[in-house]
Write a protein that binds this ligand. Structure first.
Ligand SMILES: [Cu+2]
Length: 251
């Protein structure tokens, strides 16, 4: 019986760590750039995820109640659903990412949420048990949880590259803060326009008329297109469709 309690407590404390980790990744992404997305609901949802995660992680450490464990499962499942949604169609709240971008945050969060679901679901198995209140032996697990959360988040924050300097030359558009810094650029025919991503997040450049389309541009990457004939060319970011710009080519 005691053994079951310890198993359950350990699973619960490890789940506290993975729930915390998932929340910290969301907060880090928010402060690192997602707060700049035009749709404020995206930033709000990331902050809400972070706050809920910290609260549930704390409750998981202190309480064995089934309702807390169910809340943890609900949060993790909801986060995974939102993650899947952000990879399909129009995405969520103006955010449309691909695969496991941004790296490594996306992969970290997915693993953390999957582990949270698995560990918390396990506490409902009779062979594992829900665990006792605040256990003594798994205090080690608690320390490990805090260290994992703190270490992982500080590593995430430490790796953020500084802003990339982009020279303001004619025919250049810097991408920073989830925006094209020259959203309406006028150039003479024959100009080569170069977009450079100065953001910590991948972006792309996609013409509405299909005349040009970049790959996903990582930090510091650039894309150029020759504008030979006059006209107005509107474009957007293929990853964050709310980012838009236009090039007016004069004759
Ligand atoms: Cu973008």
């Amino acid at each position: 019986m005691l053994r079951h309690d310890r198993l359950g407590s350990t699973a619960r404390l490890l789940a506290a760590a993975t729930v915390l980790m998932g929340g910290l990744v969301h907060l880090q992404l928010y402060f690192d750039g997602y707060r700049n997305l035009p749709d404020a609901n995206l930033g709000r949802s990331f902050v809400a995820n972070g706050v809920a995660s910290v609260a549930i992680a704390g409750a998981l450490v202190m309480r064995r109640d089934a309702v807390v464990r169910l809340a943890g499962i609900g949060l993790a499942v909801g986060t995974l659903a939102a993650f899947a949604l952000s990879r399909t169609g129009d995405g969520v709240f103006g955010l449309r990412e691909t695969g496991l971008e941004p790296s490594p945050q996306a992969a970290l969060a997915v693993v953390a949420e999957l582990l949270s679901v698995a560990l918390l679901a396990a506490t409902f198995a009779p062979a594992v048990g829900g665990g006792v209140g605040v256990p003594r032996l798994p205090a080690l697990a608690l320390v490990a949880a805090v260290l994992l959360g703190a270490g992982g988040s500080s590593a995430l924050w430490a790796r953020g590259e500084g802003p990339v300097a982009v020279a303001q030359t004619p025919g250049s558009v810097a991408i920073s803060g989830f925006a094209f810094d020259a959203p309406a650029l006028t150039v003479p025919a024959g100009t080569t326009v170069t977009w450079t991503n100065a953001d910590a997040f991948a972006h792309s450049v996609v013409a509405h008329d299909g005349s040009f389309r970049s790959d996903s541009l990582g930090t510091g990457a650039s894309f150029s297109h020759d504008f030979g004939s006059p006209g107005e060319f509107t474009y957007l970011c293929g990853i964050h469709p709310s980012m838009a710009g236009s090039i007016v080519v004069t004759g």
